[in-house]
Design a protein around this ligand. Structure first.
Ligand SMILES: N[C@@H](CCC(=O)N[C@@H](CS)C(=O)NCC(=O)O)C(=O)O
Length: 106
């Protein structure tokens, strides 16, 4: 299945935008990246997402996703060749996070 992505407004150093880009990358989806200057956001981006944060994903049908986690999950729901949304993988990741935070508490 080929998802109809249009463009992803992004900012290179933003961790949220990185999360969205990684979602698209791991999903194997191609998307036109539009690098944004946060001090001078493009009017087209503000028109579809007035809150003015990146990332913003616009789909070919005009739908907009403007939360990084939602973009990542949406991308992986289109294609997930590595099974990253697989419950077992998520359990392992959560266990790893808990282990790391436990170790940090000691
Ligand atoms: N909850 C949002 C947070 C996005 C966010 O805060 N991005 C920052 C850049 S790292 C931003 O666009 N800030 C607006 C600004 O600096 O004007 C998400 O996960 O997508």
């Amino acid at each position: 299945m080929t998802a109809s992505l249009d463009c992803l407004y992004s900012f290179r150093r933003c961790p949220y935008a990185m999360r969205a880009r990684m979602g698209a990358l791991f999903a194997g989806l191609q998307v036109e990246l539009r690098e944004v200057t946060l001090k001078n956001k493009p009017a087209q981006m503000l028109a579809i997402s007035p809150k003015g944060t990146v990332p913003v994903l616009r789909l070919a049908d005009g739908a907009v996703i403007d939360e990084s986690r939602d973009i990542m999950v949406w991308a992986l729901e289109q294609q997930d060749p590595q099974g990253l949304l697989d419950a077992t993988v998520l359990d392992q990741a959560n266990a790893c996070l808990l282990y790391t935070s436990d170790a940090a508490d000691e």
